[in-house]
Design a binder for this molecule. Structure first.
Ligand SMILES: Nc1ncnc2c1ncn2[C@@H]1O[C@H](COP(=O)(O)OP(=O)(O)OP(=O)(O)O)[C@@H](O)[C@H]1O
Length: 245
């Protein structure tokens, strides 16, 4: 069943006089991986900071699963899982210890937490590494642990902020394929910020952000059909480069 997991309406944000987001409106649906594509400075991190409530939006509205982020923050944020650009795992704790800590923060009891930890680590093929200290893991495996952690409280929307930066090609491909499997198996909504065109799958949705504005949004296949452009690379190039971009 498709539902709107994230609704952004007329959202604007400025750092002093510098406008970073200019009246953004878009939806992210459950069961879909939505790629937020934008060059450096497009406003991706600012948008994520507003969705996670690191910053407060003064203009516009954000809803998570129908809950207003400002007026019903607890209910809204309970539906959200986040993987930040910089790792936030404790390197001196084991994989399981890191995940138990996070589960405790969400008020999940030990027995239920251990069950959820096993489920998520198995799904990401990391269960056999559970006893290892995080500092012993390679970058790709750390990312998988972070994704498992973000899913422990069963969120409806997973935000991924450039999760493959710095990873080698096999690790990148593994993350891309794990996340797409999750979307299908769990009916999860994913919003994935990247500027790497090759991370986009044929049935993904796309939001192209440039200079704080949404230049296109919708199913990739529909954007290609409407515009007649060949692939996401051309969509990106046409909408973010050249005189009219
Ligand atoms: N703390 C800040 N103070 C002033 N301007 C800022 C601040 N943070 C970001 N900006 C500006 O806001 C705009 C959007 O930046 P943002 O970091 O959200 O973009 P981004 O798409 O995440 O870029 P990147 O891919 O480089 O991380 C840019 O013009 C940036 O220079």
């Amino acid at each position: 069943m498709t539902e709107i997991a994230l609704a952004v309406e007329n959202l604007s944000f400025a750092y002093g006089a510098k406008k970073a987001l200019d009246a953004l409106s878009f939806n992210v649906q459950s069961g879909e991986c939505t790629i937020l594509l934008g060059p450096n400075g497009a406003g991706k991190s600012t948008l994520f900071s507003l969705i996670t409530r690191l910053y407060d939006a003064r203009a516009g509205r954000i809803e998570l699963c129908g809950f207003d982020l400002k007026k019903q923050s607890l209910q809204a944020l309970a539906r959200l899982g986040v993987v930040f650009q910089q790792t936030t795992l404790d390197p001196d704790l084991s994989v399981t210890q890191n995940l138990r800590y996070h589960a405790a923060l969400h008020g999940i009891g030990r027995k239920a937490a251990d069950k959820r930890i096993q489920e998520e680590l198995e799904r990401l093929a990391m269960f056999e590494r559970r006893g290892e200290k995080v500092r012993q893991l390679n970058g790709g495996h750390k990312r998988r642990v972070e994704i498992a952690r973000a899913l422990l409280h069963k969120p409806s929307l997973l935000l991924l902020d450039e999760p493959t930066v710095g990873l080698d090609m096999p690790s990148r491909q593994a993350i891309v394929s794990h996340v797409h499997d999750l979307v299908k198996q769990q009916n999860l909504a994913v919003l994935w910020a990247t500027h790497l065109i090759d991370e986009i799958a044929a049935d993904d949705s796309l939001i192209v952000l440039h200079k704080g504005q949404v230049k296109a949004s919708g199913k990739l296949s529909e954007i290609l059909q409407t515009t007649g452009w060949a692939d996401p690379g051309q969509v990106f190039q046409k909408l973010t480069q050249g005189p009219q971009a």
